[in-house]
Design a protein around this ligand. Structure first.
Ligand code: HEM
Length: 539
């Protein structure tokens, strides 16, 4: 039997000792370099976070990011180091520096995880992760008019048509983005069908919200797939290939349709064909009154918009608009139902406004804000307490560095504020900022509302002389990179919400069921089951 000890030369140390010592030395060197050899060493935060980004990735994978960030600020204060090169901030002042008008903080590398990494062409249109500021400006200017507030007034009849139909079906036994995009509905409510869009978006975000912390890995995976599929890859395809657990998640979507985005793709292609086969000058053609039509018109008038930009923008209506709007509406219903007395007040306000002829059966745009102040206050409070985006909107400190929350951050540091944190800020919303209290929105002065960036339309007209430019409205992002679909989404849900309460009374299907939040960039309740019944007053 030749034992280990027998093979050692007299006086030599076991090899495990130098290996351990060497590894210990490397670990120490790593800690010194990542944690200490940077101005960020003075910023408080969990020890592990300061030496590896795996700490925040592991938190991210808990799907509880809003609550994680709220707790971090409670424990460490207004500035927290959450990775070797990333800090969270929380104060309104810091918010303005990073996101306010004129800010030159670019979007952080986390957004690379939401992109096709340039493999779909240099002049692709993909707003969420675009890093080229000039290209972004050109593209945003080109599509902007189709998404303006005025443009939504044109689209009002389309929204009315689909809402009227869907609500009447709900009355008998309960999709605006297809109608506003193409003047035709998928008729999902009528067919009592789920087309898989939300499921597919959800599954894609499960991947993207984690891979964003490893942009190089995402680039490598995308490159491999691009080569393997000779240029025809898509992010969803890539996800399914490399991450079978997500494939399982998307399988539900596949049984109803191979591609939940087939609807916008086929419809835009049909419009391209119609344009090609027509001998008319596109400028003089009758263009349908919908977003695709508006984009075609802009393309013909200005000549800047390319065909694939139109395609991507219309797909964005579905990819970025469907689940986000569903979250706004479902969390509002949840908040109203879970706060005793709230639904009764909403119903009373609606009945009064109807009786006095101040709102029609289908509310016009702005009517919710102007005629239903309590319901509107509930919506603002719901969007404050449950911001759709629950992760910090990460940006990068520009050349020259910056001082935030009294700490110096060098150029290249990733900084972000979580909307869930800002929306509970006591300086902005008072000592009861953590509580549901819709009445606060009725008490605030026009000055305060303007300061917060929440002045309703009607009041904005009367108080246009107010000079304050402060705005802390973060539900749709802010500054140059705010949401281009804001007016479209608002047009849909501010019409839909009064209709959902006018005729129906809402309750939980199972009042005992635990409500579980899940954040994958946007934050939703999992398995929140609500039911409705016809209200006696209107039956
Ligand atoms: C209730 C519905 C919606 C909410 C709450 C919402 C919220 C947001 C937020 C918070 C951002 C900023 C993200 C960031 O800074 O990283 C954003 C960006 C964006 N949203 Fe929306 N959104 C909604 C609907 C829509 C719709 C209907 C569209 C369709 C056009 C859309 C398209 C986009 C795009 C393309 C961006 C990226 C803009 C950029 O990076 O410059 N969103 N949205």
């Amino acid at each position: 039997m030749g034992g280990y000890a027998e093979t050692l030369l007299p006086g030599s140390a076991p090899p495990a000792v130098p290996t351990t010592a060497f590894l210990g030395f490397l670990a120490l060197l790593w800690i010194i370099l990542t944690r200490e050899a940077t101005p960020l060493r003075k910023i408080p935060g969990p020890f592990l976070a300061s030496i590896t980004r795996l700490w925040i990735v592991q938190k991210q994978r808990s799907f509880q990011r809003p609550l994680v960030d709220i707790d971090l600020h409670k424990k460490y204060g207004p500035i927290v180091r959450i990775a070797p090169n990333e800090v969270l901030i929380s104060s309104p002042q810091a918010f303005r520096t990073v996101y306010g008008a004129g800010s030159n903080f670019r979007k952080g590398d986390w957004y690379i995880g939401t992109s096709a990494c340039g493999w779909s062409g240099d002049d692709n249109l993909d707003f969420l992760n675009e890093q080229n500021v000039e290209k972004y400006r050109t593209q945003r200017r080109a599509v902007g008019p189709a998404y303006s507030e005025a443009s939504m007034k044109d689209l009002e009849p389309q929204i009315d048509e689909v809402l009227e139909k869907d609500i009447s079906i709900m009355r008998q036994r309960a999709d605006c983005y297809s109608m506003t995009s193409f003047s035709k509905s998928k008729d999902l409510v009528e067919k009592n069908e789920v087309d898989g869009s939300i499921h597919a978006i959800h599954a894609a975000w499960k991947y993207m919200h984690v891979i964003g912390y490893f942009p190089l890995l995402h680039r490598a995976l995308t490159a491999v797939l691009h080569i393997a599929s000779s240029g025809s890859t898509s992010i969803i395809h890539m996800i399914n290939t490399f991450f079978p657990f997500i494939e399982r998640e998307t399988r539900g979507a596949k049984t109803t349709s191979d591609n939940p985005f087939a609807f916008p793709i086929l419809n835009v292609e049909a419009r391209f064909e119609a344009r090609k086969s027509s001998s008319l000058d596109p400028k003089s053609q009758h263009v349908p009154n919908d977003i695709a039509g508006k984009l075609f018109q802009l393309q013909a008038d200005k000549g800047v918009l390319k065909d694939h930009w139109v395609m991507n923008m219309v797909m964005t209506n579905f990819g970025a608009g469907v689940e986000t709007t569903a979250i706004v509406v479902s969390t509002l219903i949840n908040n109203i139902v879970s706060h005793p007395g709230c639904q009764e007040k909403v119903h009373a306000e609606l009945d009064k406004a109807r009786k006095e002829g101040r709102i029609g059966k289908i509310p016009q745009l702005r009517e919710m804000k102007e005629q239903l102040p309590y319901l509107n206050a509930c919506l603002m409070e719901s969007m404050r307490m449950h911001s759709v985006v629950g992760m910090p909107l990460v940006r990068v400190v520009p050349e020259g560095g910056v001082e935030l929350e009294g700490k110096w951050l060098p150029a290249g540091t990733t900084v972000g504020i979580n909307p869930w944190v800002l929306c509970r800020d006591k300086f902005l919303y008072g000592e009861d900022a953590d509580e549901w209290r819709p009445e606060r929105w009725l008490e605030y002065s026009p000055d305060k509302l303007k300061y917060l960036g929440m002045l309703p339309y009607a009041m904005a007209a009367c108080f246009s002389s107010l000079t304050s430019t402060e705005t802390y409205s973060v539900s749709f992002g802010t500054g140059a990179r705010s949401c281009p679909g804001k007016y479209l989404a608002q047009a849909v849900y501010t019409k839909m919400i009064p209709m959902l309460f006018q005729d129906f009374e809402w309750s939980y299907t199972n009042p005992e069921a635990k409500k579980v939040l899940q954040c994958t960039f946007s934050v939703r309740y999992m398995k929140l089951m609500m039911q409705w019944k016809l209200r006696e007053q209107t039956a």
